[in-house]
Design a protein around this ligand. Structure first.
Ligand code: ZN
Length: 279
């Protein structure tokens, strides 16, 4: 029998097609029992109903998206995003999510001061970490590809994520997400993954299309692009990571337009093939 016990699918992959109840029921029908949940989708039904559905379908929540965006120079907006992240931590605790995916935030409008944005994000993290620790929730730093530095994430590499964790002297309440889409190009990748040993709490897979038409919303299905996923997976698992492989595909022109059952069937087939590595 095919083993999908470590396969998780992030809701972004079928973002345009399915609500959270449809996703939970749909995944279960396909024999998949792990999901990355998107906050906006959770809010459509609320935490209590989500918990009921997750329990009914024996679904593990591998990640909750997102917290963070802590780079704003306007104090009121900065505080609002800190409060939002705390709320995401509460929701993640209620869902027993394995982590809250933390996206740093980009440059505030009109600013060119990247070090200041990064310093504010570190301040915000320092402020929130005790709250996460208390809640028993891991905030997982997800470095995003440097092409998103201006508008989404001033945290661009795994090396930088390692340094932030060291600077903050954080405990298990702060971890790392390795997403192949964001880190595959990095010449320091092997060293950075090794240095992240014990901190990696999630592993996201998709592919980088050679002919990509949008830098954010045109990700490929595993096997359709240029990323050596088995190599990165091996590096991650050599650190001792034995968690889920979470399929996360933002795809305006292709996968978001397909029948979600077909998307899942293809993701399952690719998962078992050698484009991810031996299962
Ligand atoms: Zn990701």
């Amino acid at each position: 029998m095919a083993d999908y016990s470590k396969l998780s699918i992030n809701q972004w992959t079928i973002m345009r097609q399915w609500s959270l109840p449809e996703a939970i029921e749909g995944y279960a029908r396909h024999g998949i029992h792990a999901i990355g949940i998107v906050r906006e989708k959770l809010r459509e039904i609320g935490v209590a109903e989500a918990r009921r559905l997750l329990r009914a379908h024996q679904m593990t929540v591998t990640g909750y998206c997102i917290g963070g965006l802590l780079t704003d120079s306007d104090p009121a907006r900065f505080r609002a995003n800190v409060a939002e992240t705390r709320q995401a931590i509460d929701e993640a605790a209620a869902l027993a999510a394995q982590c809250v995916v933390f996206v740093a935030g980009g440059l505030p409008a009109g600013s060119k001061d990247l070090p200041a944005a990064q310093a504010r994000c570190l301040e915000g993290l320092a402020d929130i970490l005790p709250y996460a620790r208390e809640a028993g929730v891991t905030l997982a730093l997800e470095p995003l590809h440097p092409m998103t530095c201006a508008f989404r994430s001033c945290l661009s590499t795994l090396g930088q994520a390692n340094s932030w964790i060291e600077q903050l002297r954080a405990g298990p309440e702060l971890g790392i997400v390795v997403d192949v889409y964001h880190v595959w190009w990095d010449p320091q990748l092997a060293r950075a993954i090794e240095r992240a040993a014990g901190r990696i709490v999630a592993f996201h897979v998709c592919d980088w299309l050679m002919n990509t038409v949008d830098l954010r919303l045109d990700r490929g299905m595993m096997g359709d692009g240029v990323i050596d996923i088995p190599r990165i997976r091996r590096l991650v698992e050599e650190t001792g990571y034995d968690g889920y492989r979470e399929v996360e595909i933002f795809s305006e022109r292709n996968w978001w337009r397909r029948d979600p059952n077909e998307v899942i069937a293809i993701a399952k087939a690719r998962y078992l093939s050698d484009v991810i590595g031996d299962s």
